[in-house]
Design a protein around this ligand. Structure first.
Ligand code: ZN
Length: 408
């Protein structure tokens, strides 16, 4: 089904390259701190990256001051400031750490670190991170880029209809009590029936285990109801648990989740909805060793280029082996992530806008929803609203399906 990528950006360059590009040629620099992340970045970086244009890595700065590591000295910040001749310090972590900023200021006040450039993470711009929310406002005017990318799905995914790929991130939010879990199951069985009655299907992205103090796992009866209604291709992976590690997911985390889907439910999937939508260059490398070929996410971590975030969610997009279709975040906002009630009158408007847009021509849009929002004492009324909004699509001949339908 899938032919060629629209464009391809390589995220596999070392994230160190992002920092080093900001140093002049020949600069002498140190990396701070020497934690797991720095070690990982360093291990992945080619020698040409570390020493590009005559730049010289003097050593690592770490408060533990151990070392040496990888043949380079390790010093505390004070020792490095006093003893090393540096042009720059690259802060790979803790860049928002006020205590660190104060320590640097104090050293500067002593005349140390004079002329030393402090290079922060190229943090993603908030507006870029949240740019996908443009498509979430009921009165949004879809940007020309979004319109073009949804329509261009015709070329990439061979879309002939107005198509909405509905994905459900099926974690249970932590504010719920244990008593809510059976209710979640009951509400989801009813929702599954409504979906099927509407001639629609979806991809249920399953969380296999509870996250201590965080999201609860998808109850097994919810997964079973979906399997019974829509078959094994309707199941995707949300995660083994709902961890959102800053330096990317480990292969074992995927392995455990995919194994559990197979052994508990007899499901093999190639779709992954990252918890918190967090994608990073390290995760992408790990994904190459998994059967995951389709995903959705917002770029995080130091390898984020602002333009890259904006582009990736809008465009049928392949990065490495991973495909993403443009998504719109309509959801069913009965409550927010803390369980606080929202203005229900906006829900139909959001879906009407999306249905209207999708109906205008062949296209493929992923629409993301969180079924925990259906659960509450008034769940019957909520599901009534869901049924009515699904009708908005049916009336306009917009086909709602699971994302796996588009996988070859
Ligand atoms: Zn989630």
């Amino acid at each position: 089904m899938i032919t060629a990528p629209r464009f391809q950006i390589s995220p596999f360059d070392s994230p160190l390259a992002e920092f080093l590009q900001r140093l002049p040629a020949g600069a002498r620099y140190a990396l701070y701190p020497l934690g797991r992340y720095t070690r990982a970045c360093f291990a992945d970086a080619a020698e040409e990256t570390i020493a590009a244009e005559g730049r010289q890595l003097v050593g690592f700065i770490d408060d533990a001051g151990s070392g040496p590591w990888q043949g380079k000295p390790v010093a505390t910040l004070r020792d490095a400031a006093e003893q090393w001749r540096l042009d720059a310090i690259l802060l790979l972590r803790d860049t928002a750490d006020r205590a660190l900023a104060r320590r640097i200021d104090a050293l500067r006040a002593e005349g140390l670190l004079d002329g030393v450039q402090i290079v922060d993470q190229p943090a993603p711009h908030l507006s870029a991170m949240l740019a996908h929310l443009e498509t979430y406002h009921p009165a949004c005017a879809y940007s020309p880029e979004f319109v073009a990318s949804c329509r261009s799905a015709e070329n990439v995914f061979h879309v002939k209809h107005s198509s909405l790929a509905l994905t459900l991130d099926a974690e249970v939010f932590p504010y719920g009590s244990d008593a809510d879990l059976p209710l979640f199951g009951r509400v989801m069985r009813e929702f599954t029936r409504i979906l099927a009655d509407s001639g629609a299907s979806a991809t249920l992205c399953v969380q296999l285990e509870d996250t201590p103090g965080g999201m609860r796992a998808t109850p097994p009866e919810v997964v079973q109801a979906f399997l019974d209604a829509f078959g094994p291709r309707s199941i995707g992976l949300h995660g083994w648990n709902h961890d959102m590690p800053a330096d990317g997911y480990a292969f074992e985390w995927f392995e455990r989740g995919l194994d559990a889907l197979r052994t508990r439910y007899g499901v093999r999937t190639s779709y992954w909805a990252p918890p918190g939508w967090t994608l990073s260059w390290r995760t992408l490398r790990v994904l190459r060793r998994t059967p995951i070929r389709f995903g959705r996410g917002v770029w995080t971590g130091v390898n984020v280029r602002q333009a890259e975030i904006v582009e990736t969610f809008r465009t049928p997009y392949r990065v490495g082996e991973l495909w993403q279709i443009p998504y719109s975040y309509a959801d069913w906002m009965f409550v927010d992530v803390d369980g606080r009630p929202q203005d229900w009158s906006l829900i139909a408007k959001r879906h009407a806008a999306l249905a209207e847009f999708a109906a205008a021509g062949p296209c493929l849009i992923e629409s993301v929803a969180h079924p925990f929002r259906f659960v509450g004492p008034d769940w019957r009324e909520r599901l009534g609203v869901v049924r009515d909004t699904l009708r908005l699509y049916v009336e306009r001949n917009v086909r709602i399906s699971g994302v796996c339908e588009w996988l070859s």
